[in-house]
Design a protein around this ligand. Structure first.
Ligand code: GLU
Length: 441
């Protein structure tokens, strides 16, 4: 049996966004579920657009999500391997020099389209003679190099798409080497996947046609062809491509907005699969239930509201020990247990901490109810039963019930008209503050 090995291969030309995170997570879960290894590969052959800051940002984003990697590679360290592969392909006649400028190619595409023909490269360069080439190079043209695809059908069994067949004549021969000698993605990716023995390539379905060409390239270079799984793309909840609201947001934006990484993981691990999205606090739980074959070809819809709900549910289920360091200084377990069911983002804990631990401007709505409450306050220590005892005494004294009872008390004691259970908040507020707030002092 082959060892399971997958990779996540971002280009360090920007920060990771939600769509990238899904690719990283699905690969990572696949590796962890199958006892395989997870490679982080930085696709940085485009040295002009890649930079160190983005590279470090990607690593920080993955760590924030809780995803670790067993192997690390960067393509800029591996140029000699791509050069070797280039020579091999030239020697076997699969790589041919082309001299068209991008303007010439664009014009040809336009003409093809106006003739209702598919805009496929016409292989004009294959017809050049040795003299033609010498002449073109004499004019100062440097060739770029295309991989000659074998026409016919290329097929594979995709973990998600099932049996896929691509008519290779419908594809342009891919450019593998630019005219300045730099290798392009198709080449470097296949060389690395082959050389680093990647067993499963799991990526978005925007790569489906690349896969067909890459399969031929794996074969031409003598590498084992990996198994492929192409997950559907993420769409906005209302249909279109991914919106600015969530999809194109970077992970660092989400982190700044106080999104819990496990809320995002919980959503991205199941979205587009047959399994229901649940708020899970541990990656381990996601690993246990993970099965790439349960993902569907249908587009996965991403609703920012779902992320908010998951975030809130997750906080609700989070233990004090897990958040302690991120809570305001002095916050206790009783405080956390009182508020965790009422917050959407952890940052709101600071507001509630201020409610129970600082002076508030009191809001006096019904002085009679408040006066009765002050009288009914027992000596401390207080516990979860104190609130009930106090409100019962206020009802007995004033006849106030329901909203007329609870609303003025909550408003005076917390400064807000909704929030966590008063039974849990009151002991945290304590007698001194309660008296001050109820008497409007
Ligand atoms: N660097 C490529 C990308 O970000 C990797 C694609 C792949 O997974 O092969 O699109």
């Amino acid at each position: 049996m082959t060892d399971i090995s997958v990779r996540f291969a971002p280009s360090p030309t920007g920060r990771l966004h939600v769509g990238n995170a899904r690719g990283a997570l699905l690969n990572w879960l696949f590796a962890r579920k199958n006892g395989g290894s997870f490679l982080l590969r930085l696709d940085d052959t485009d040295t002009a657009r890649s930079n160190e800051e983005f590279a470090r940002g990607i690593e920080a984003d993955l760590r924030w999500l809780g995803l670790d990697w067993d192997r690390f590679a960067r393509q800029s360290d591996r140029f000699p391997l791509y050069a070797e592969a280039t020579e091999k392909l030239k020697a076997s006649g699969r790589l041919y020099p082309c001299y068209e400028t991008s303007e010439e190619l664009q014009l040809r595409r336009k003409i093809q389209l106006s003739q209702k023909k598919p805009p496929v490269y016409d292989r004009a360069a294959l017809k050049l003679t040795a003299e033609d080439r010498v002449k073109l190079e004499g004019e100062g043209r440097q060739p770029h190099w295309r991989f000659r695809l074998n026409h016919g059908t290329t097929a594979w069994d995709d973990i998600i798409h099932g049996h896929v067949e691509i008519d290779m004549a419908s594809l342009s021969d891919p450019v593998l080497v630019r005219s300045d000698g730099y290798p392009l993605y198709t080449l470097s990716s296949v060389v690395d996947d082959g050389d680093l023995k990647i067993s499963h390539v799991i990526r978005g379905e925007d790569h489906l046609t690349n896969t067909a060409a890459q399969i031929q390239l794996f074969e031409a270079l003598g590498y084992a062809v990996p198994t492929f799984g192409h997950f559907s793309l993420l769409l906005d909840a209302d249909g279109g491509g991914l919106s600015k609201r969530l999809g194109s947001l970077s992970l660092s934006d989400l982190r700044e907005q106080g999104v819990e990484p496990m809320a995002l993981n919980s959503l991205l691990a199941r979205l587009g699969s047959a399994d229901p999205v649940e708020a899970l606090t541990e990656l381990q739980t996601l690993i246990a239930g993970f099965d790439l074959a349960r993902f569907s070809r249908a587009a996965a819809r991403l609703d920012p509201h779902d992320l908010d709900l998951l975030n809130a549910k997750l906080l609700h289920a989070t233990d004090f020990a897990a958040v302690r360091e991120r809570l305001p200084h002095g916050a206790t377990e009783a405080f956390w247990l009182a508020i965790r069911g009422n917050i959407g983002r952890l940052s709101e804990a600071a507001d509630w901490w201020a409610v129970v631990s600082t002076d508030l401007a009191p809001v006096i709505e019904d002085p009679a109810v408040l006066a009765a409450a002050v009288e009914a306050l027992p000596p401390e220590p207080w516990d979860a039963t104190t609130w009930k005892a106090v409100t019962q005494a206020v009802t007995a004294k004033t006849g106030a019930k329901g909203k007329a009872l609870f609303h003025p008390l909550r408003l005076a004691l917390t400064g807000r008209d909704k929030g966590p259970e008063m039974a849990a908040l009151l002991p945290l507020i304590g007698r001194d503050r309660a008296v001050k707030r109820l008497t409007g002092k």
